[in-house]
Design a protein around this ligand. Structure first.
Ligand SMILES: Nc1ncnc2c1ncn2[C@@H]1O[C@H](COP(=O)(O)OP(=O)(O)OP(=O)(O)O)[C@@H](O)[C@H]1O
Length: 114
């Protein structure tokens, strides 16, 4: 390792900081082998309108940080699984249930025309 590489390793920008915050759901570390453009608002959520409506009825009023990355990634379909690690009650379940419902319902509609 060269002297400049050693200096870079010691540089604060190269040290991974722990997630410290009053509400950990404000922070997300998202790794993927494809580019994921996060949903920032409900207006950007490209799921069937009745799924979005159901989420609204359940009281989902803002896109949690982990959901902003998990939803578009899962919506990419087969081969785009997620591993969500987050605090209890931080929206993990809602991080995968709505987008998982999306393709199933869509194909059912196409199949049965309903
Ligand atoms: N986007 C959102 N906006 C507002 N409330 C939300 C949102 N996502 C989830 N919630 C609410 O937060 C609570 C926890 O959500 P959820 O069950 O998805 O989290 P969890 O991390 O799986 O929780 P648990 O620790 O109970 O398993 C629920 O009451 C849910 O309705």
């Amino acid at each position: 390792m060269s002297e400049s590489e050693k200096n870079n390793v010691l540089n604060i920008n190269y040290i991974i900081q722990p997630l410290i915050g009053p509400n950990c759901s404000e922070y997300a570390v998202a790794h993927a082998n494809v580019t994921v453009t996060p949903f920032r608002t409900f207006a950007e959520v490209s799921m069937l309108p009745d799924i979005v409506q159901s989420m609204r009825k359940l009281g989902l009023n803002r896109v949690q940080r982990l959901q902003s990355y998990a939803w578009p990634h899962i919506l990419n379909g087969s081969g785009h699984g997620v591993l969500i690690v987050s605090a209890p009650r931080s929206g993990r379940k809602m991080g995968y249930v709505p987008p998982m419902a999306h393709p199933g319902r869509e194909s059912k509609r196409e199949r049965y025309g309903g």
